[in-house]
Design a protein around this ligand. Structure first.
Ligand SMILES: COc1cc(/C=C/C(=O)SCCNC(=O)CCNC(=O)[C@H](O)C(C)(C)COP(=O)(O)OP(=O)(O)OC[C@H]2O[C@@H](n3cnc4c(N)ncnc43)[C@H](O)[C@@H]2OP(=O)(O)O)ccc1O
Ligand SMILES: O=C(O)CCC(=O)C(=O)O
Ligand SMILES: [Fe+2]
Length: 426
């Protein structure tokens, strides 16, 4: 097979002596030719490591056949170059983690106050675990409302979402993140054909001064047709199936929660404001060289009505205990789901239910995934304390706000504990 002409116009950023270079370039061309003839890949990415200090990153794209050689030292020292590699080229922190770097680049070193202080973790406390097998039983409903008031977080077992569907969505998450960067890059906001699907590293890399050690794919559900057209095909069916299978669970949870707000049932009107839109994220937290210096996700509360969180068996999610400096670990329980109240429900319940700050630590040994379903009002809804709550004679603690304004406010700043809700305070 012929080597394409454009191969000759390569960009070299070399810190290598030419003898080593010649030896490895020959290997790379061999690899390229083999892969082109055997696999018929559109896009290939080879990364060869020499010692652990130098990386050759060879990218061969059908449209723009380019080869780029970058020294690992230069990549790690130059924050702009590193941000481009991680954020803009589809490598993500996963790509960085796979370079087997020995120490965390400065870009990811979080100020000490943003990291979780492990001395504040209390091992003897845990969030409630609720068995949902008999969810019509008033005692189960009471347990859900108590947990939402006192903890804002609880785990559920026997929730009715089949284990096979849960396993499929976990596999699908791994499949998506295993895609080569050239493939994942298609879902970066700047390339995605829809604003409802976006692949991101950290939280808001444009705003975060120090990046978080997390990649995520965020999909806002509009319709099956839209999902079929735009969601990544390697995970789309499993993610949709998981969303569909969670719907009845979400309704049962909301039905239980609104009873304590003097709302007898979930009708079309309150259903729209409580669960009118869904966003599902696939979170990937790769192995980190210095987990103690960074965060997976910094302390934040969700802006949802409620969140249904699926975590794998790794652990690492911590929840702040209500009105306290203590933190509690959420241990993985096989087949369980974690539920947390978001800001929208804290606002609608006039503070009865608590949207609690939570935090994910980075891990030095294992890649971790999690899949939150954010159950939300519709962007066009105006939210505020519900009339049924105010009719009980309570003073409104929150203003009426357009939900999309609230969410945009959340997405314009880095994580900072519970500060988003100030936007809606009276
Ligand atoms: C991601 O890491 C996280 C997430 C979280 C917790 C997340 C949640 O609780 S998600 C629940 C969010 N709620 C919804 O998505 C429900 C309703 N959706 C909306 O209200 C709208 O879709 C919208 C988000 C407001 C977007 O409105 P629209 O005007 O149609 O769309 P855009 O113009 O594209 O976006 C406006 C604004 O928001 C930014 N943005 C939107 N989506 C995302 C996203 N997925 N990731 C990052 N940023 C997003 C966008 O950049 C725009 O900003 P401007 O400043 O340019 O206005 C907890 C912890 C995490 O680490
Ligand atoms: O990964 C986790 O366990 C939690 C993630 C999270 O808090 C979020 O995506 O909002
Ligand atoms: Fe969260």
């Amino acid at each position: 097979m012929q080597i394409p002409k454009t191969f000759l116009s390569c960009l070299f950023v070399l810190t290598l002596d030419m003898i080593i270079f010649n030896k490895y370039i020959k290997k790379m061309f061999d690899c390229y030719i083999k892969a082109q003839t055997k696999c018929r890949c559109n896009l290939l990415s080879f990364q060869l490591f020499i010692h652990t200090r130098i990386i050759f990153s060879v990218k061969v794209a059908r449209g723009s056949r380019t080869i780029r050689f970058t020294s690992m030292a230069s990549l790690l020292q130059n924050t702009r170059e590193l941000k481009t590699f991680v954020v803009d080229e589809g490598h993500g922190v996963k790509g960085l983690s796979e370079l087997k770097i020995k120490s965390l680049p400065e870009l990811f070193i979080q100020p000490i106050e943003k990291r979780l202080d492990m001395s504040k973790v209390v091992p003897y406390e845990s969030i409630p675990v609720i068995d949902m097998s008999n969810s019509d039983d008033p005692k189960v409903g009471e347990a859900i409302c108590d947990a939402a008031e006192k903890w804002g977080f609880f785990q559920i077992i026997n929730h009715g979402v089949p284990l096979s569907i849960i396993d499929d969505v976990k596999d699908a998450t791994h499949r998506f993140f295993m895609l080569p960067p050239e493939e994942k890059k298609k879902y970066l906001f700047k390339n995605s054909p829809t604003k409802n699907v976006r692949l991101v590293t950290s939280f808001i890399p444009e705003v975060d001064t120090y990046l978080e050690w997390k990649d995520y794919l965020s999909c806002f559900y509009v319709s099956d047709d839209e999902a079929n057209s735009y969601w990544p095909s390697v995970c789309r069916d499993q993610v949709l199936e998981y969303l569909k299978n969670s719907e009845s669970l979400i309704k049962r949870l909301l039905e239980a929660l609104i009873k304590r707000l003097d709302i007898p049932k979930l009708d079309d009107k309150n259903k729209a404001i409580l669960m009118g839109s869904m966003r599902i994220n696939l979170n990937y937290y790769p192995v980190c060289p210095n987990p103690e210096l960074t965060v997976g996700v910094g302390g934040h509360s969700d802006v949802s009505t409620l969140t249904v969180l699926l975590q794998d068996e790794t652990g690492g999610l911590y929840v702040r205990k209500l009105d306290s400096e203590d933190w509690v670990h959420v241990p993985p329980i096989k087949g369980s789901l974690t539920i947390n109240i978001g800001d929208a429900l804290q606002i609608m319940s006039n503070g009865l239910y608590k949207s609690i700050e939570h935090h994910v630590v980075a891990n030095g040994n294992k890649n971790r995934i999690s899949v939150p379903i954010f159950v939300n009002p519709r962007p066009s809804d105006v939210i505020g304390p519900l009339p049924q709550v105010i009719n009980r004679g309570e003073k409104a603690l929150y203003k009426q706000v357009l939900y999309s304004d609230y969410v945009k406010h959340f997405y314009r700043k880095s994580h900072n504990g519970k500060d988003t809700i100030d936007f809606a305070k009276v």
